[in-house]
Design a protein around this ligand. Structure first.
Ligand code: FES
Length: 148
């Protein structure tokens, strides 16, 4: 091997050996795309959920929606009521669905007779925890609730 061939082979060898390093530095130096900023999701407490219409509420005096984004919701009252009540009607004792007793103005559990006041607090056990309550409003003929 003469001197010229040696230099040519040496040059090719250097070039081939440096290729992976050149690729690695090229791709490593590329800036990673920035993640897109997420839109701030309103918390659940800011979300009003449509449970039904004022017409339905006025007709029956209550609306029961078993599956809403908030879970089960029972709304009691009419559009003329000063206070429209909304609770999760799942009894906190063992999970039966409570009924609204209009005369006594209480929620009564048909399974073991727990009684809850209109604000969801326990009046008589065996349940010891209150019903979950919701805020209510009427907007454009819709009955809306949200978490307290
Ligand atoms: S499930 Fe309601 S009182 Fe037992």
């Amino acid at each position: 091997m003469n001197r010229r061939d040696f230099i040519r082979l040496f040059g090719i060898s250097c070039f081939v050996n440096c290729l992976p390093i050149a690729f690695a530095t090229t791709y490593a130096a590329k800036p990673k795309p920035k993640p897109k900023p997420r839109l701030k999701q309103p918390s659940n407490s800011e979300n009003w959920v449509n449970i039904g219409t004022v017409t339905e509420l006025d007709k029956a005096g209550q609306i029961f929606k078993e599956k809403s984004p908030l879970g089960a919701v029972l709304v009691i009252g009419t559009s003329k009521s000063k206070n429209i009540i909304a609770v999760n009607p799942t009894c906190t004792h063992l999970g039966c669905t409570v009924d609204w007793e209009t005369e006594e103005k209480i929620f009564l559990c048909p399974c073991h007779a727990s009684e809850f006041k209109s604000d969801g607090k326990v009046q008589n056990g065996p349940a010891t925890k209150p019903l979950l309550t919701y805020k209510t409003k009427i907007e454009k003929n819709l009955v809306m609730v949200r978490r307290v």
